[in-house]
Design a protein around this ligand. Structure first.
Ligand code: NDP
Ligand code: 2IT
Length: 444
């Protein structure tokens, strides 16, 4: 058995009840195998892979809070501090009823390599809660965030661990979390990113993940001799990532025809009107089906995802495993020739096999959605120097970072004899820097 297989077998025995984490670990381990084999003696003798796959620590805690009727509730809170070899733990907080340790370990593990690809000094972490913000009042969300931070504040800090948003955690939640951190610790520091502009946030952070996704997609498409102009794009989700992916794709001349939420999708053959989506999601916190009230020529499809809509390019921007093998086949049968992942691990293993067998352009999440965390790291830099950069400055750096990620990923794929396989390229390029830092720092 190879070293990589041995480590994965051990992991399966120890964490049999964590399917999402095992899925993410298996995919990374199998694709970095050639880079591991090139240094096998060194990595084996220092148990490098055994250390890489176990979080440095996981903090779990209860989060008691009171609803508007005075009823008491208890949710679970977590922070997975996965790897600090190249910088303080960095990664978002997810508030969603599906959150559990397996999902946060998968996200934290992916975050290690994503953060490494940005070229910025940030380690990997992730956290969150099984709290469901849907249907809660602002006051309930505030009380929940305050209780969550009352415990979390003991374990984070601007040079220690810097959380941000993810599903269910946006500007409102980050604001409440920041207020409570400051109140308890009496520290005004960049402990969270995605903050509001009036208290240390960065311009272009809300846009960063979606814009970055389209910048790297554009780079990949250009390298294949094509462009985004007039291409039909299908997007899933209608949250932070989906909204700004839609905006940038439209700015580059593409025609985005769908957005979705967990209830269904909207198909607008004339192109999604983003002002309508902003109003539903950012102002009213409503459901995407309300889109057809404002745009009666659009169609709402209840209970389905948008993968049966004919497109050139698919940008999944909702959640993990939202495209399975059958969905991928439908996309391919309808002529889709490019998939880039805004969400984390939206394509399951069968879907990726289908893309690769068909030879389409495919950019995996840890490269494609790294723009969000990259601008978070730029927010940390601005907080450290107590200055704010202009929108153009941040957006320009974001574009450079995404172009560089594309280069790194493409070069690593080529170096290991799998040209055009950006899954292998992203995993190896992300891994090499982390492995070097872990090796230099000894057995910790
Ligand atoms: P938001 O909470 O802003 O939006 C999430 C969107 O996805 C909503 O439309 C939501 O619909 C939909 N969604 C969530 N869960 C499901 C589900 N189980 N099935 C179907 N639809 C679902 O989150 P973000 O836009 O921030 O995050 C989207 C994805 O992007 C996630 O995978 C996240 O990890 C990833 N990501 C986010 C980054 C960021 O900076 N925010 C950075 C990098 C990656 P509904 O309202 O019905 O729940
Ligand atoms: O998955 C991700 O990269 C994020 N949710 C963003 C993390 C961050 O720290 O900005």
């Amino acid at each position: 058995m190879s070293y990589v297989e041995e480590v994965f077998e051990g992991l399966k025995k120890k964490h049999a009840h964590e399917p999402e984490f095992l899925e993410a670990a298996e995919r990374v381990l199998e694709t970095i195998a050639p880079a591991v084999e090139a240094n096998e003696e060194k990595y084996r003798s220092t148990a490098l892979l055994e250390r890489l796959v176990e979080p440095e620590r996981i903090i779990t805690f209860r989060v008691p809070w009171t609803d508007d009727q005075g009823k008491h509730h208890v949710n679970l809170g977590y922070r997975v501090q996965f790897n600090s070899a190249i910088g303080p733990y960095k990664g978002g907080l997810r508030f969603h009823p599906s959150v559990n340790q397996s999902i946060l370990k998968f996200l934290g593990f992916e975050q290690i390599f994503k953060n490494s690809l940005t070229g910025l000094p940030i380690g990997g972490g992730k956290g969150g809660s099984d709290f469901d913000p849907k249907g809660k009042s602002d006051a309930e969300v505030m009380r929940f965030c305050q209780s969550f931070m009352t415990e979390l504040c003991k374990y984070i800090g601007a040079d220690q661990d810097v959380p941000a948003g993810d599903i269910g955690v946006g500007g409102r939640e980050v604001g409440y979390l920041y207020g409570q951190y400051k109140r308890i610790k009496n520290l005004y520091e960049g402990v969270l990113t995605g903050k509001g502009l009036s208290f240390g946030g960065s311009l272009a952070r809300p846009e960063a993940t979606g814009y970055g996704l389209v910048y790297i997609t554009n780079e990949m498409v250009k390298a294949a001799g094509k462009d985004l102009k007039d291409k039909v794009v299908v997007i899933s989700g209608s949250g932070n990532v989906a909204q700004y992916a839609c905006q940038k794709a439209q700015q580059l001349g593409a025609k985005v025809v769908t957005v979705s939420d967990s209830n269904g999708y909207v198909y607008d053959p004339d192109g999604i009107k983003l002002d309508v989506v902003f109003d539903i999601k950012q102002v009213k916190r409503g459901r995407i089906k309300e889109y057809v009230d404002a745009v009666p020529t659009a169609k709402y499809v209840e209970g389905e995802r948008p993968w049966s809509v004919k497109c050139d390019i698919a940008l999944p921007c909702a959640t993990q495993n939202e495209i399975n093998g059958a969905d991928a086949k439908t996309l391919l049968d309808n002529g889709c020739w490019c998939v880039a992942e805004g969400a984390n691990m939206p394509s399951d293993a069968d879907a990726i096999d289908a893309y690769q067998a068909a030879g389409i352009l495919f950019m995996p999440a840890k490269a494609a959605n790294a723009g969000g965390v990259a601008v978070s790291a730029l927010e940390m830099s601005q907080n450290s120097e107590r200055l704010s950069w202009t929108f153009e400055e941040v957006d320009g750096k974001l574009n450079d970072i995404m172009v560089n990620i594309y280069k790194k990923v493409a070069e690593a794929a080529k170096k290991y004899g799998t040209e055009g396989d950006f899954v292998t390229g992203a995993n190896i390029a992300g891994f090499e820097k982390v492995a070097e830092a872990m090796s230099a720092q000894g057995l910790v």
